[in-house]
Design a protein around this ligand. Structure first.
Ligand code: HEC
Length: 155
């Protein structure tokens, strides 16, 4: 993996280990806690980089095309990682996951795909360098986050 050095600076070691093991769909977790920590770490990083773009969209930070592209690249990678870590019986404890994730699996999967589709559009907008398009796409991506959180995450 070419970007491993960069990842090491960004990502907790446990997450990297999981990432390398689970490049495919089947993540392996020895304990429920490992799965919860893994998915929360990926979601946390996704949120952090989404927030950086948010600051640009709001005008709190100057627009830098390369920086936004780099943020979207992290989001794209992170956006695929949390889902296999929603293993059965992993709600409760340190997790805010709602039981509906498992009782409405098809809806949950649709919500992941919806978000990944929006992130792909955000990536295209970032590459185009069109700040107006980035703003629009940032808004619809944020909606896709919110709609899943409303349905599947406890407050
Ligand atoms: C398909 C559903 C879904 C989508 C889409 C989704 N999330 Fe989440 N998110 C969750 C769930 C469920 C949790 C709670 C996970 C847990 O605690 O086990 C969560 C937790 C989080 C957290 C808290 C992580 C932590 O440190 O505990 C952040 C930040 C976050 N999401 C950001 C985002 C952002 C930003 C997006 C959109 C780019 C997004 N999420 C899209 C379901 C989703």
């Amino acid at each position: 993996m070419k970007n491993l050095a960069l990842l090491r600076r960004l990502v907790p070691a446990t997450l990297i280990a999981g990432l390398l093991v689970s490049a495919g769909a089947q993540a392996q977790f020895r304990k429920v806690d490992d799965a919860v920590e893994y998915r929360k770490a990926a979601l946390h990083l996704m949120g952090a980089h989404f927030g950086r773009i948010g600051a640009v969209v709001k005008g709190d930070k100057p627009y830098d095309k390369a920086a936004v592209e780099a943020d979207v690249a992290v989001i794209e990678m992170m956006s695929k990682l949390p889902w296999p870590a929603f293993i059965p019986n992993s709600a409760g404890g340190h997790s805010k996951a709602k039981p509906e994730i498992w009782s409405q699996q098809a809806e949950f999967k649709t919500a992941t795909e919806k978000m990944e589709g929006e992130v792909a559009k955000l990536s295209a907008a970032a590459k185009s360098g069109d700040l107006a398009a980035i703003k629009v796409s940032f808004g619809s991506t944020g909606q896709s986050c919110k709609s899943c959180h409303d349905n599947f995450r406890n407050r």
